[in-house]
Ligand binder design. Structure first.
Ligand code: URA
Length: 233
């Protein structure tokens, strides 16, 4: 698995190589039922990364994440805080669709873990937006339930995570939509705070520097290995 160079062109090439690996992946049995792998979309220089659960029917057919109804809501929520989807790297915990959109199995999460870990290490986003409980559970060991921690930034492994309800949840439960909009406003504030704190890149540098953080060690279950010190801001 690939990760880590400084040059954005080299990082983009490695991100593209991961995408090719995902499309050819047979690491778990989902490759037998999927139409195609869905690696993720967006530039390696993205300051924001959004991680969902797994491709659904539309994503499986089109090969891109969040292109169905939940994706439309995600796009609207991002645009509502002045962000364009094109500037964000969007991906999922699982890169292949589970049959009938059932929950990811632990062995599937573990099989896919190296892809997501390598994408994060290459992109080095300022903020990782965790869309729903599966993304939260995959990336933040020991996190509280999403009902308790949504909208509150979590610092762990030298990274900054913002858990929010999955947009699909707001499609089924309209009462969550206002909460989701509030949490996206918090995302805007958080990005602004972190951008303001970020040291200016040296004159003549090739591109955005990002957070220099080591990738988390993943266990067999695809969770970060060490017990984490969670710090809610
Ligand atoms: N839901 C997800 O979690 N991911 C997608 O890509 C689409 C819907």
């Amino acid at each position: 698995m690939v990760e880590g160079p400084a040059d954005p062109l080299e990082r983009q090439a490695r991100l593209d190589a991961i995408a090719a690996e995902v499309r050819a992946c047979t690491r778990c049995s989902l490759h037998r039922t999927r139409t195609q792998g869905v690696p993720g979309t967006g530039p390696v220089t993205a300051r924001l990364m959004a991680v969902g659960e797994a491709p659904g029917e539309n994503e499986d057919r089109l090969g891109r994440p969040f292109v169905g109804a939940a994706g439309q809501l995600l796009t609207e929520l991002l645009e509502g805080i002045g962000l364009s989807r094109d500037d964000i790297f969007i991906t999922n915990v699982l890169k292949s669709r589970p049959p009938q959109n059932r929950d990811p199995l632990p062995e599937e999460v573990a099989a896919c873990a190296p892809y997501l870990d390598a994408q994060i290490a290459l992109i080095r986003p300022l903020v990782i937006l965790l869309l729903g409980r599966h993304a939260l559970g995959r990336l933040v060991a020991g996190a509280p339930p999403i009902s308790r921690c949504h909208g509150s930034p979590i610092r762990a492994d030298g990274r900054v995570y913002l858990p929010v309800y999955h947009p699909a949840a707001a499609l089924y439960n309209g009462g969550l939509l206002a909460t989701l909009r509030d949490d996206f406003r918090r995302l805007r504030e958080l990005l602004d705070e972190l951008e303001a704190d970020r040291p200016a890149p040296p004159a003549g540098s090739a591109g955005p520097s990002g957070l220099a953080v080591p990738p988390a060690e993943a266990t067999e279950e695809g969770r970060p290995a060490a017990a984490q010190q969670l710090a809610l801001f």
